[in-house]
Write a protein that binds this ligand. Structure first.
Ligand code: SF4
Length: 157
């Protein structure tokens, strides 16, 4: 690949622990990757700017509000590939814990849900948009993340 791979990192409803792993990987891989990738979006590392075209969007967390759905759709429209990172993005857990509440617990959670303007069920991102790949784990397996990033940089995926 003769130009930098444009990547974005986005967090939705979650503990943001997967992005901590990503930052640790970047610390290790900085000199190897610095001329090969351009980090366009990463709230923990740089000022947030409007979403524009990128090669790959990495998304962690589940979706719990309508504004998150709109943002996710915007990411999908601007990214050639979307990769779900972490179990929250892939299958909802543990961000979707309230989906299984019953009885009093459900009633209490419902009050908060309405107050916070959240949607009825917390959703994994692949229930909202098409994804191209995923990195499993809670938090993600860093070795798999490194492997996928290396393949993307080499233009093999
Ligand atoms: S998958 Fe686990 S570690 Fe990663 S953001 Fe979600 S809750 Fe945190």
């Amino acid at each position: 690949m003769d130009r930098k791979l444009k990547v974005g990192f986005f967090s939705f409803t979650c503990c943001e622990g997967c992005m901590i792993n990503v930052i640790e990987v970047f610390n290790e891989k900085f000199f190897e990757w610095k001329d090969k990738i351009s980090i366009e979006y990463f709230r923990a590392l740089k000022k947030v700017k409007p979403i524009r075209k990128m090669d790959v969007a990495f998304v962690e967390g589940a979706v719990s509000t309508k504004s998150e759905i709109r943002k996710l759709e915007k990411i999908r429209a601007n990214a050639t590939k979307v990769i779900a990172i972490g179990s929250g993005a892939i299958n909802g857990w543990p961000s979707d814990l309230r989906n299984s509440f019953k009885g009093v617990q459900k009633k209490e959670a419902e009050i908060l849900r309405q107050r916070l303007g959240q949607i009825e069920k917390v959703l994994p991102i692949k229930k909202v948009i098409k994804i191209d790949d995923e990195v499993a784990g809670c938090p993600i397996n860093s070795d798999i993340f490194v492997l996928k990033m290396s393949e993307l940089i080499e233009g093999r995926r």
